[in-house]
Write a protein that binds this ligand. Structure first.
Ligand SMILES: O=C(O)CCC(=O)C(=O)O
Length: 204
């Protein structure tokens, strides 16, 4: 499994290695942009996240497309609210994508102590972009292959508020990610693109 030196990731220690396909941009947003997004999220109806029948501590709202982990079906969701369009445009320009490539926008609110457990994102999605607001977190990566898992194979990345991270390629398909319990409320906006061809196979 290929690792890449994290020389562009200023928060990491010299010599740290991260999976291919993981990148991190501190201060992607200004404080004003962050405040605007936090105010916009305050107007969104966030619901407790139910995962495989259990209510998690975090609340979410999803737009664009919805994936059900129970039925494993992707369906068309509510339109992405306008206040998030400038963020999507900024991310698309930064990553050299088209606006239309961003299919899903997920808002997650983590109260103090909340986590997201080890997982890989749902199969129909390709590129995953995480924007952090209001609070920092420790974002962790470990190989998906159980035979490669162990305490020493966990990589911990301090992900700061106003930053952006990207998971694609090996980091998205061969690694799992999770976050440690947050010590202050954190909001995240996750943008996802779809795998090529997925839109054509959907029943809308
Ligand atoms: O809050 C984050 O940055 C992680 C979100 C995540 O992994 C997910 O929603 O699947």
């Amino acid at each position: 499994m290929a690792h890449r030196k994290a020389e562009t990731l200023s928060l990491f220690q010299e010599g740290d290695a991260f999976p291919d396909g993981f990148s991190y941009v501190p201060d992607f947003l200004t404080a004003d942009q962050e405040r605007y997004l936090i105010d916009s999220i305050a107007l969104v109806d966030l619901k407790p996240m139910i995962f495989q029948g259990f209510e998690a501590k975090r609340k979410t709202a999803s737009f664009g497309y919805d994936y059900s982990f129970d039925s494993r079906v992707l369906s068309k969701g509510k339109p992405i609210p306008m206040p998030f369009e400038p963020l999507i445009a900024q991310v698309a320009a930064h990553l050299g994508m088209e606006r239309a490539d961003v299919a899903e926008l997920l808002i997650t609110q983590y109260p103090i102590g909340a986590v997201i457990n080890w997982h890989r994102d749902a199969p129909p999605f390709q590129r995953i972009i995480g924007i952090s607001l209001r609070g920092d977190c420790i974002f962790r990566l470990r190989p998906h292959d159980k035979t490669l898992q162990g305490r020493k194979s966990i990589l911990s990345v301090p992900v700061r508020r106003r930053s952006l991270y990207v998971l694609e390629g090996q980091a998205r398909s061969e690694w799992q990610h999770s976050t440690l319990p947050v010590t202050e409320q954190r909001l995240s906006i996750t943008l996802r693109t779809l795998l090529p061809g997925v839109r054509n196979t959907m029943h809308e």
